[in-house]
Design a protein around this ligand. Structure first.
Ligand SMILES: *Cc1c(COP(=O)(O)O)cnc(C)c1O
Length: 458
């Protein structure tokens, strides 16, 4: 007898502690969903219910689950070399992947440093930036500038350079002090401020900060175009251009965290392309292995690499390491994913997905009395719902209205996981237009239920 949902759920709840979860919620508010398999845009549980993965399993799955081409590439690699240490050794998949990433990334990024998660990539970029200044005789450049509402991961360094209070506040005594500048997010700027104006204002604030403090600043870190964990807030590419120019003017590195937005999510392969900007560090993870294995990479420029390249006795090397750095299976998955980007029609198909998704979500939500904004950037579409459309006042967070949407969607066979007051969609690229219609319609039903619910009725 194959196991049932109930059996797996009971076994899990005895010993597992899940990420980003108040485990008590699994008793009632958010029943744990045990998954048996995945195919394309769909996941299936042990009782045979199917779920359309509207958020690419936390934004990692690019091409659908159990993609035949990626599976085959990984199976071939599995037979040859599943893993080997990466200090002192190398292999074809890592060497080829680095070469392909450099060829595809914004011009000037020439070196790839492999790590094993998004947060680890941020740690690498932060340490490398600081250390390269030090090696260059600038030891006073120790501080980092971050945007309000930014998110860069959960390890202590990554948490420190992020700005989502929900994840950060409690750990503040453990975190390095950073300089926070306003986000270019037009929503945060208030009603009536357009994206270009919000970008210009935020750029001025950044320029003033760099002008005053560049002597002690190592790098500016930002998420290009979309602050994903920060409620899918989207901003104008002009900000990136001005941030790059200000960093150049004041001798400050630019770290682009494309862990969520990289690999086509905003349209082009990398979001920085939309502003013709090359960062000093480009952090990639999530979609890098198309949702198959944890892996990340930091791309950097030749001058930074050269700041560490020296005789052994100078002790200038970058001694950071991860046991699974350069994992061959992850590299094989990443290479297979890049091959899918190179297929004829792949870009056109992604653009069509973006258009169809936007149309479906706009049609479902534009007229909704509790929706203040539908915003979109490539294949990311977000719906901000509010108690009062005129004042844009949100529902009190204690009411947890988004849980109604999550639960209703699961019951209707769609995986949605709103971020507080924001319902969003970031589907795998294989999702068809009927599936896009379904996710938008189910989300709309969920919002109607959430709005009608009694406060505290979650
Ligand atoms: C998810 C995410 C991270 C952290 O990646 P993990 O693999 O979860 O550590 C960092 N930055 C951004 C923008 C992310 O979305």
């Amino acid at each position: 007898m194959p196991p049932t949902n109930a059996e797996i759920r009971a076994l899990d709840l005895e010993h597992v502690w899940h990420p980003c979860t108040q485990m008590k919620d699994h008793e009632r508010e958010m029943p744990l969903v045990p998954l048996r398999s995945g195919r394309g845009a769909w996941l299936e549980d042990y009782d045979g219910h199917r779920y359309l993965d509207a958020i690419s399993s936390w934004w990692v799955n690019l091409w659908g689950h159990a993609h035949p081409g990626i599976n085959a590439a990984m199976q071939a690699q599995l037979d040859d070399l599943p893993h080997a240490m990466f200090a002192g050794f190398t292999h074809g998949p890592a060497a080829r992947l680095a070469a392909q990433l450099v060829a595809l990334a914004p011009p000037g990024l020439t070196r790839c440093y492999f790590a094993d998660s998004g947060s680890a990539a941020i740690e690498v970029a932060v340490k490398m930036s600081f250390h390269s200044w030090r090696n260059a005789g600038r030891p006073r450049k120790t501080r980092f500038v971050t945007l309000s509402n930014s998110y860069h991961g959960e390890t202590l360094g990554a948490l420190a350079v992020g700005n989502v209070e929900l994840y950060k506040a409690i750990y503040r005594p453990l975190l390095m002090d950073v300089i926070t500048v306003p986000s270019p997010d037009p929503w945060a700027a208030g009603p009536g401020v357009d994206a270009a104006t919000a970008a210009a204002r935020a750029a001025e604030a950044l320029e003033a900060t760099l002008a005053a403090q560049a002597e002690e600043i190592s790098a500016l870190i930002l998420e290009p175009l979309v602050q994903c964990a920060g409620s899918m807030r989207m901003y104008h590419p002009d900000y990136l251009r001005r941030a790059r120019a200000a960093c150049d003017r004041h001798g400050v590195h630019l770290i682009a965290d494309e862990i969520a937005v990289g690999f086509g999510r905003t349209g082009p392969l990398f979001a920085c392309e939309q502003a013709d900007v090359t960062p000093d560090f480009l952090c990639l993870s999530k979609g890098l292995t198309a949702g198959y294995l944890p892996m990340s990479v930091v791309l950097t420029r030749e001058p930074i690499y050269q700041a560490f390249y020296d005789d052994h006795h100078k002790l200038n090397a970058f001694l950071h390491s991860h046991s699974y750095a350069g994992n061959p299976l992850g590299c094989a998955a990443a290479l297979a994913s890049l091959a899918l980007f190179a297929e004829p029609g792949a870009t056109a198909a992604r653009m069509r997905l973006a258009t169809d998704l936007g149309a479906a979500v706009h049609a479902a939500f534009d007229q909704h009395p509790q929706v203040a904004e539908v915003r979109r950037c490539g294949t990311i579409v977000a719906v901000e719902f509010v108690r009062d459309r005129a004042t844009r006042e949100h529902y009190p967070w204690r009411e947890r209205r988004h849980l109604h949407i999550h639960r209703h969607a699961l019951g209707r066979g769609v995986l949605l996981r709103p971020l507080g007051n924001v319902i969003y969609f970031m589907p795998p690229y294989c999702t068809n237009s009927a599936e896009l219609e379904l996710m938008a319609a189910v989300a709309r039903e969920g919002l109607d239920l959430a709005v009608a619910a009694l406060p505290g009725g979650a």
